[in-house]
Design a protein around this ligand. Structure first.
Ligand code: ZN
Ligand code: ZN
Ligand code: FE
Length: 765
């Protein structure tokens, strides 16, 4: 006989871990107890040696699906003579949940009950258990128990209570558990909020979809706007009501087989994509469209991809169980507003856009958007990290206890990040802070995270940009400020994911980040450790006429590059390639550049892609973020096989930094296109040239500094065509490459990089 004391760390509370341990101990006939403690789950077991060993092995290997075990510590202790096993109650205040569980998709067991006519939760759209259902979105305060969630107003019936208190039951301490007798109810309203008093709201919603209606539907983290994706006129009606011209709509389909009728996986092998699609986090996954998909053209009119997700609530499963191949499920908002998450918001904001609203009376406390991912260079990449993942922490190589950091992120695509011990808790997607409602969400998220994590930050990490609302917030907060340059934050985000602190080559390509010289940067090569960086090379600074406004108008950048390369002659070429621009805006832009007023010099890779897109006539207006680069990528993907590159010179600046002559690149692109080369071929050559110039600079830095690890980050790396080729080229040239896998490479990952850089600087003092 032996007795062991075991501490299990990770996301092990609120995920059905104690009943799992209880049943595991019973199956090995062990005595002892299990208990939630602040650091994790504490277990003591007693029995014969081989049973105890087997028990310990199985803790890691067969833990419940929502649990993430990060560490198991064991020590032998004296026997206590216990024959039975108990779940002990961890009393009151000292026991906080270690990690807040994210929301997860309905599990297989619950789905089986949902479709079993003999089950008391048959066709009940709020079915859940300890392995699935809402968490983060309904938690108001910690510790996590029902009274602190939006389920508090629903009193459990005796049947639910009995399951909740039974340690062998799957619903033991499942805080949101409920049933038709005691839980929330669906309702169907007309756009003015009058109850349509349907006794079958879900069935009625399906009949309305079949008639081509547009409905608002309450999900886990907010409302969606939905319609039948096979109905062109319904899709067009949704587009015009939402004022969204071409930006693709997300789709929901029944299962993986239904997805396979619409898309194929990256690089011909769809195993990784489909696994991501079917994972319990249920992100939207972007995948290449199949021809003959049969859906309305208006779903994703100018995109080569569909964004697809599988049902993740019982309600979704019930809606998808019927006549539709796919439903459009786009976020329930008006253009740039945050997604509506209360019934009142839905009525006020979405009422005018829909024919009916399918809602319910379980409140959403924290609004979270769907996460968006794609497979890039063989692994998952986040475009937006939110529902299903937030607020799960990312490890940082510093214990910040007593020196906790709040990182407030950038202006657009904002997230915030709070550290506790050696975890960086990245918030859900908060959107563009220049939108008032999004800024309010930002303030609420900071409050909420400080409260549920029980952390008061001791310092704030922010961007260098003086005008960002997040930077202003951090100045007003009155705590010590740690400023982290935008592109260093991008690079630091990749480094920290990989657990690196020592110097690497950092390559950061994005639209814009404030530089140390107060100019807009965005095509940056650095030597960086986790805390500091040195700018080694960058793209040629080129006029950005009208400042931020130029980000909407790619032809302005095309003209600016051509002007930098060719001077006066730029006007002639622009007139040929961009006649509409030449007739309208060009005279003004010439003046703006000549006078240099409101015309900063930018080294942005995003603007370079804009320029290339405009030169080739692919896209002349960014109606949504990165539209022109995305359409350029789609053109390049149409080109067959290898296409060659353009020569790009590199010169030394007085500062010692190398400068990539990107104006020459745009000049060659324009001349090639005017000589009759196909758009697709030109677009591919442009991408190849960016790969080559990146490789050249990395080689140069390796020769000088002896570094061979390259960290790639920034929104441009969401371009899978570019990223796949670049990673391949770098690895062929014997570099080790790092990409973001846990946080987005775009600005949604900035707060993680800020937090990591700030924590590392503190630890080095
Ligand atoms: Zn379940
Ligand atoms: Zn009940
Ligand atoms: Fe950025």
């Amino acid at each position: 006989m032996i007795r062991k004391r075991i501490l299990v760390k990770g996301a092990v509370q609120g995920v059905g871990f104690r009943p799992f341990i209880y049943n595991l101990a019973a199956s090995h006939a062990l005595g002892g107890f299990v208990l939630n403690e602040p650091e994790g789950v504490r277990i003591e077991v007693e029995g014969n040696e081989s049973s105890v060993e087997a028990f310990v092995d199985e803790i890691g290997s067969s833990a419940p699906p929502m649990a993430r075990v990060t560490d198991i510590q064991c020590e032998a202790i004296a026997l206590a003579g216990e024959r039975t096993f108990a779940i002990r109650h961890s009393g009151g205040a000292g026991t906080r949940i270690v990690l807040i569980p994210p929301d997860l998709a309905t599990c297989e067991d619950c789905l089986r009950e949902l479709s079993d006519p003999r089950d008391r939760r048959y066709q009940y759209p709020f079915i859940n258990c300890t392995n699935c259902g809402p968490r983060y979105t309904i938690i108001k305060a910690m510790p996590y128990d029902r009274a602190q969630t939006t389920m508090a107003s629903f009193e459990m019936c005796p049947d639910c209570r009995a399951e909740y208190e039974d340690p062998t039951n799957r619903r033991f301490h499942a805080e949101p558990t409920c049933c038709p007798a005691c839980g929330p109810k669906m309702s169907l309203m007309d756009p003015s909020g009058s109850d349509l008093a349907s006794d079958d709201p879900i069935g009625e919603a399906k009949r309305r979809f079949a008639r081509g209606e547009v409905l608002a539907i309450k999900g886990l983290g907010g409302f969606h706007l939905a319609c039948d994706a096979g109905n062109e006129s319904a899709v067009q009606r949704l587009r015009s009501r939402k004022h969204r011209d071409v930006k693709p709509f997300a789709l929901m389909v029944r299962d993986v087989d239904a997805a396979r009728n619409l898309v194929h996986g990256a690089a011909g092998n769809d195993a990784v994509d489909m696994a991501l699609l079917a994972s319990p986090q249920r992100p939207i996954v972007l995948m290449p469209k199949l021809s003959g998909h049969g859906l309305a053209e208006g779903v994703a009119p100018r995109s080569a991809e569909f964004g697809i997700m599988l049902p993740y609530t019982p309600l979704h499963h019930m809606l998808m169980d019927g006549q539709f191949d796919a439903l459009v499920m786009t976020s329930g908002n008006f253009t740039d507003e945050p997604i509506a998450h209360t019934n009142e918001e839905a009525l006020a904001q979405l009422g005018p856009m829909v024919d009916a609203i399918l809602a319910h009376d379980r409140d959403i406390h924290i609004r979270t958007d769907d996460s968006v991912m794609r497979v890039t260079a063989g692994g998952p990449q986040f475009l937006r990290r939110s529902r299903g993942y937030a607020p799960f922490p990312i490890d940082i190589p510093v214990d910040t206890t007593g020196k906790e950091i709040l990182a407030v992120g950038p202006e657009l695509n904002n997230t915030v990040c709070l550290t506790r011990a050696d975890g960086a808790f990245l918030s859900h997607h908060l959107g563009d802070l220049n939108n008032l409602a999004a800024y309010e969400g930002f303030l609420q998220a900071i409050d909420h995270m400080e409260s549920v994590l029980d952390v008061t930050p001791k310092a704030i990490a922010c961007d260098l940009h003086p005008g960002y609302l997040s930077t202003r917030y951090s100045r007003e907060r009155g705590l010590p400020l740690v400023k982290v340059q935008h592109h260093h934050a991008h690079v630091a985000s990749v480094m920290v994911e990989a657990g690196l602190t020592e110097r690497v080559i950092g390559v950061s390509y994005d639209g814009m980040g404030w530089g140390e010289d107060d100019s807009p940067w965005g095509g940056e090569f650095m030597v960086a450790d986790l805390g500091e960086f040195q700018r080694m090379a960058h793209l040629e600074p080129v006029a950005q006429p009208g400042g931020d406004a130029a980000a909407k108008r790619p032809p302005r950048m095309a003209y600016a590059y051509l002007h930098a390369a060719l001077g006066e002659e730029a006007a002639t070429i622009s007139a040929k390639l961009m006649p509409e621009f030449a007739e309208t805006e060009m005279p003004t832009i010439e003046q703006v550049i000549a006078r240099g007023v409101n015309c900063p010099l930018t080294s942005s890779m995003g603007r370079l892609f804009d320029a290339a897109s405009a030169v080739l006539g692919v896209c002349s207006y960014n109606s949504f973020h990165a539209q022109a680069p995305m359409e350029l990528q789609a053109a390049a993907e149409q080109a067959s096989a290898e296409q060659g590159t353009y020569e790009v010179a590199i010169r030394q600046a007085q500062s010692g930094a190398s400068i990539v002559r990107t104006s020459q690149l745009i000049e060659q692109l324009a001349l090639d296109f005017m000589s009759g080369t196909a758009v697709e071929v030109c677009a591919a050559r442009f991408h190849n040239s960016v790969v080559e110039l990146t490789l050249d600079i990395c080689r140069q830095i390796r020769e000088n500094m002896g570094l061979k690890t390259v960290a790639l980050s920034g929104g441009v790396f969401a371009n899978a065509f570019l990223t796949d080729r670049l990673v391949l080229s770098l690895e062929r040239a014997d570099f080790r490459t790092l990409l973001n896998r846990e946080a987005p490479p775009g600005d949604g990952g900035i707060s993680l990089g800020q937090a990591a850089a700030a924590a590392w600087r503190q630890s080095c003092v």
